[in-house]
Design a protein around this ligand. Structure first.
Ligand SMILES: [Cu+2]
Length: 214
């Protein structure tokens, strides 16, 4: 009986230790030129360690049209991701992109388009709507599966990353200068890193014209 209790306790301790070993969180904080946290910044990591493999499964994402805006404003997806564009508004939208990484349009529609759009080329895709000129959103299509968008605290998190050398790229739709990728070493000692991006401040979701399209 006592032995079984000891064994159970040991097993519990072992599983807690194993969980701690895999629950590594690496935090990147992006600040603007005034020291304020910057949301909607993309953080992309590319492992420079060739032994790390990329995920092979097809990813899916959603960009809603809601209250006459795109939600979210910035998405970061891996190449090959299928993005659905459901329309939650009563008015119709006509989503398009002329960006080199993905030229497409979904003609005027309600509810849900027939099929998602595959984002098959790495690059930055700017989205617009033919009906509502102010509507805009961005899709950062990444070669790497290690890509995230900062939240309102300016933070992006990555879990289960092995320590090692990475190429780090940071991008923001309102950045004043493009930021060259830099080599970055993830170690046990730099789990929280902070970077500055100078941006031009403007509203990312202008108020829709009252009464239009409702
Ligand atoms: Cu629209």
């Amino acid at each position: 009986m006592t032995l079984s209790i000891i064994f159970t306790t040991l097993c519990l301790l072992c599983s807690v230790a194993a969980w701690n070993a895999t629950a590594e969180v690496w935090q990147f904080t992006i600040m603007d030129q005034h020291g304020e946290p910057l949301d909607d910044a993309v953080v992309e990591l590319v492992s420079l360690d060739t032994t790390q493999s990329h995920t092979g499964s097809t990813q899916q994402a959603t960009i809603k049209q809601q209250s006459l805006n795109f939600v979210p404003f910035v998405s970061a997806v891996q190449v090959g991701t299928l993005i659905d564009f459901p329309n939650f508004d009563r008015t119709r939208h006509h989503v398009y992109s002329f960006s080199a990484a993905k030229v497409f349009e979904i003609q005027l529609y309600h509810d849900r388009p027939e099929e998602p759009i595959e984002f098959d080329t790495a690059g930055i895709v700017a989205l617009g709507c033919n009906i509502h000129d102010y509507m805009e959103a961005y899709v950062y299509v990444s070669e790497s599966p290690l890509v995230a968008v900062t939240d309102e605290q300016g933070q992006a998190h990555f879990t289960h990353l092995p320590a090692g050398d990475y190429q780090l790229t940071i991008w923001h739709p309102f950045q004043q200068h493009s930021l060259p990728p830099k080599q970055f070493r993830l170690t046990e000692h730099n789990k929280a890193s902070s970077f500055r991006v100078d941006v031009t401040h403007r509203p990312k979701q202008p108020t829709p014209q009252r009464g239009f399209g409702s």
